[in-house]
Ligand binder design. Structure first.
Ligand SMILES: [Zn+2]
Length: 284
């Protein structure tokens, strides 16, 4: 639109005086008269450079106005200065387990770590597209323990320490650790959020997530968010609002069958995304 204006307005401003001149000249010449504004008989041919000068001046004026219009429009559309805008909220996503630690598994043999990662990748894409800064603990199937650490227990400890360091790497970041649940009785299903009271915002974020699971995916889910202690290392020691999101039970065959499909994984990702957007939009 701006470019069209820049092109057509100066063109029109040039052509209109010339068209007017042409019409008037033909009309006057047909009458054998002299243009009145020249006030000088026999000066007919001098009207052309005069009107051309008018056209050039009109062009300059219109170009100036167009330039001012475009500049003003672009300025009004520009992103506010950094000092005016709130800092972008950082979201830390953790795909639970990874590498030799598969987490829990379904009766069909599906492993938790893979479902966690698939949901994380979908969720990261949604959040990034919405302008959030997203940090992840892992985006491949691996443990993130320090190099050179020997033994499974030590590697697990190093892995958890490094995840916690990532959770605390950005002040005020919202942290979501993605997991799947398991229980001895296969009848139980449904998402449940776990949090610690070491950060007061965590309970609010957990509630936002729990409500979105009910609203989007599981209308019959009556589970309550659950306060946890030191046994949930990341939730307890994170300095930022942190929720452990148990998306569903792999011990429930129906829910496990849904959780392994890319479609349902995207729906879970969108549910978590919606909760995070709602939470940040409310000014937390
Ligand atoms: Zn887990």
């Amino acid at each position: 639109m701006d470019l069209l204006l820049l092109f057509f307005l100066p063109l029109a401003s040039c052509l209109l005086p010339l068209a007017a001149y042409h019409t008037r000249a033909v009309h006057r010449m047909g009458q054998g008269g002299i243009p009145k504004f020249l006030q000088k008989p026999g000066d007919m041919m001098q009207t052309r450079p005069f009107l051309l000068r008018i056209g050039v001046v009109a062009c300059a004026v219109v170009l100036t106005l167009c330039g001012a219009f475009v500049t003003r429009t672009r300025t009004s559309r520009s992103i506010p200065a950094a000092s005016d805008a709130p800092p972008p909220r950082v979201i830390v996503l953790d795909a639970g387990h990874g590498g030799i630690d598969g987490g829990c598994s379904s009766a069909a043999g599906d492993v938790e770590k893979d479902i966690n990662l698939a949901i994380l990748l979908d969720l990261r894409e949604l959040l990034r597209a919405s302008g959030y800064t997203v940090v992840v603990t892992r985006d491949t199937d691996r443990s993130i323990h320090d190099e050179g650490v020997e033994g499974i227990a030590n590697q697990k400890g190093s892995d958890m320490d490094n995840r916690l360091a990532i959770f605390n790497s950005a002040e005020g970041a919202l942290c979501v650790s993605i997991h799947q649940n398991q229980f001895t009785d296969p009848q139980y299903s449904g998402a449940q959020m776990f949090y610690s009271d070491t950060n007061r915002e965590s309970a609010v974020l957990a509630e936002a997530l729990q409500q979105q699971f009910v609203a989007f995916l599981q209308p019959d889910n009556t589970r309550q968010t659950k306060l946890c202690g030191k046994e949930l290392f990341l939730c307890y020691y994170s300095k930022n609002p942190t929720v452990m999101c148990e998306c569903g039970f792999l011990s429930n065959p129906d829910e496990a069958a849904r959780l392994v499909t890319p479609e349902y994984q995207r729906q879970v990702a969108f549910t978590i995304y919606a909760a995070l957007v709602q939470y940040t939009a409310q000014g937390h």
